[in-house]
Design a protein around this ligand. Structure first.
Ligand code: N7H
Length: 527
């Protein structure tokens, strides 16, 4: 089972390596089809960050941070480019673009009702999106991300300058919309606006980089003598074949996660490219807090004693606000998981008891001695509808079949919050715009992002019958309270329903883009 070699200088870096920056600016662009030559010339000149560069930076950063026990003084500012179907159609033959699939060609707005957004004029309707909706679908999306806010601002200024001087008297490229994002300040760093730690669980990706030292893209922390060693890089981090995220590499066999299946890129130029889903997700933090406060009382009265606001929040997400998994600390957060470096924070299954893993001795990791996760098949500890259980059921048998099939629906999440932290003491704070700039990479929009949103988050019976709706994501489009329910289960198997509020997370923008390889941009798309 040879792992593939990944073209580090061809693949753009945000997908497989992740920029992991504190400041981001997303630029949404329109191309003038009448003046496409200067557009192409400019596309060729953008200094795009490659997988090799981003991976090398991230590796050095992590290494130094472990030694210094603080963030090292290393900084970078990276750029990546995605092109939407209308943008590609301005650059190459429509017939070539058609080959990229139906969802991509229709685009995020056209597919919005399919993934649960309303179409009745209420908030979330794509016709009112600030970007990507009717009449404002971009041709391209630039991601500018850096460790320093000033570097990002100066990179954006320089991009503006370049596109202003592309051709005399005309504007071949127009910035339609600019969206800033940044990690939240102070104690909220690394958390999203509802208050929960984010960016903990990501799949691992098999393969070596083609640089001289041939590093593995995802380091292996579990020893090969451990039963999980072949399938997992670290606890909770399955190893997936790179074709699940990048075109032209082996994908996972539907029935055997250890078996790669060759999938040649078609058309050829999409090799080393990925699909990017962007959703601008407004979060109604005040409504989330009201929902939690009101529901605590309801659940206590319904016979679930001992549930307070903190625990109910954890039961809705599947993790305490700190990131501690509720399956490993069922009744109250356990501060020992915070900052724990042995991956205890992601070491849990739902269907089976979770034993500590045997570490690869070269990692120097300490044994995981924190309370282990115990089997929770019925969802007594972590409701079946909890966000992270709905969207990644881990070892559960689901409506798709045996547990390994869940691996076909993983995404690489690269989102970042936008807007100021909610402050109930501050007048007007409730009405401010804030949320998540959701960005996910995959090789199939239909099979990954759309599947997760539509078939699992939005469906009461996915991934397992009787789960109820995902309280974070599964609300869009469900105006009927009877259909907006998540279920709690008592020790004696009694089920207690909780009707969810209409919309805590509302899409206010979106785009489906293709993130091509460097040579596809140089030799195909901008020729
Ligand atoms: Fe979710 N949240 O704050 O509740 N998400 N998410 N997400 N999400 C995760 O484990 C959140 C969204 C996934 O492997 C955590 O890294 C919010 C969309 C997946 O166990 C938290 C929004 C989609 C995982 C949140 C939002 C997903 C995940 C725990 C919108 C895909 C990994 C941190 C505003 C369709 C699950 C962590 C695993 C984790 C929240 C959106 C998917 C706290 C607020 C749209 C796959």
């Amino acid at each position: 089972m040879e792992e593939p070699v990944l073209s580090g200088k061809e693949i753009q870096g945000d997908g497989l390596a992740g920029f992991r920056k504190d400041f981001v600016s997303l630029l949404f662009l329109e191309f003038d089809a009448e003046h496409i030559q200067p557009v192409k010339q400019w596309l060729r000149s953008i200094p795009l960050a490659t997988l090799s560069a981003v991976h090398a930076f991230n590796t050095a950063f992590s290494l130094m941070r472990r030694q210094l026990r603080r963030d090292p003084p290393l900084m970078a500012c990276w750029i990546n480019l995605g092109l939407t179907a209308p943008g590609l159609r301005k650059l190459i033959d429509k017939a070539e673009v058609d080959k990229l699939g139906e969802a991509f060609n229709l685009g995020a707005a056209e597919r919005s009702t399919f993934v649960g957004d309303p179409d009745n004029g209420s908030p979330g309707d794509a016709r009112s999106w600030v970007i990507g909706g009717a009449g404002n679908v971009p041709d391209a999306m630039l991601i500018v991300a850096g460790d320093d806010e000033n570097d990002v601002a100066s990179e954006v200024r320089s991009i503006r300058k370049q596109i202003d001087s592309l051709a005399p008297g005309v504007s071949p490229v127009r910035i339609m919309y600019e969206q800033a994002g940044q990690t939240l300040p102070g104690k909220m760093k690394g958390h999203e606006h509802f208050g929960f730690k984010d960016g903990i669980s990501q799949p691992g990706v098999r393969g070596y980089l083609d640089s001289p030292t041939r590093p593995l893209l995802t380091p292996r922390f579990i020893d090969s003598s451990d039963p999980l060693g072949e399938l997992f890089a670290a606890p909770g981090q399955p190893l997936l074949w790179p074709g699940e995220f990048v075109k032209g590499y082996p994908e996972m066999d539907f029935n055997d996660p250890l078996k790669p299946v060759q999938k040649p890129a078609n058309p050829d130029w999409i090799k080393n490219g990925s699909f990017l889903v962007f959703r601008r997700l407004y979060q109604d933090v005040a409504a989330f807090r009201r929902f939690i406060a009101d529901s605590v009382q309801k659940l206590n009265q319904a016979g679930l004693p001992g549930i307070n606001a903190e625990r109910l929040g954890a039961m809705c997400v599947g993790r305490w606000a700190s990131g501690t998994p509720i399956l490993r600390a069922p009744l109250a957060d356990d501060p020992n998981f915070l900052g724990n470096t042995n991956d205890a924070v992601n070491s849990f299954f739902y269907d089976l008891d979770t034993d500590p893993v045997i570490w690869n001795p070269s990692t120097g990791r300490q044994p995981d001695t924190l309370p282990p996760a115990r089997r929770d098949f019925d969802g007594v500890t972590c409701p079946l509808a909890a966000h992270i259980r709905k969207i990644n059921p881990r070892d559960e048998t689901t409506d798709q079949g045996p547990p390994e099939r869940t691996f076909k629906h993983r995404i690489l999440r690269r989102g970042i919050p936008y807007g100021e932290v909610y402050d109930p003491e501050k007048p007007g704070s409730e009405r401010q715009d804030r949320g998540l700039l959701f960005v996910a990479y995959q090789s199939s929009i239909e099979g990954q992002f759309e599947f997760l949103q539509r078939t699992w988050a939005n469906a009461s019976d996915g991934p397992r019958g009787g789960a109820g709706l995902d309280p974070i994501l599964g609300l869009n489009g469900n105006d009927d309270p009877a259909k907006r329910t998540m279920w709690f289960v008592k020790d004696d198997d009694t089920r207690i329903p909780l009707v969810l509020p209409e919309r805590l997370v509302i899409a206010t923008g979106g785009a489906y883009a293709f993130v091509p390889s460097i040579s596809a941009i140089q030799n195909v798309l901008s020729r």
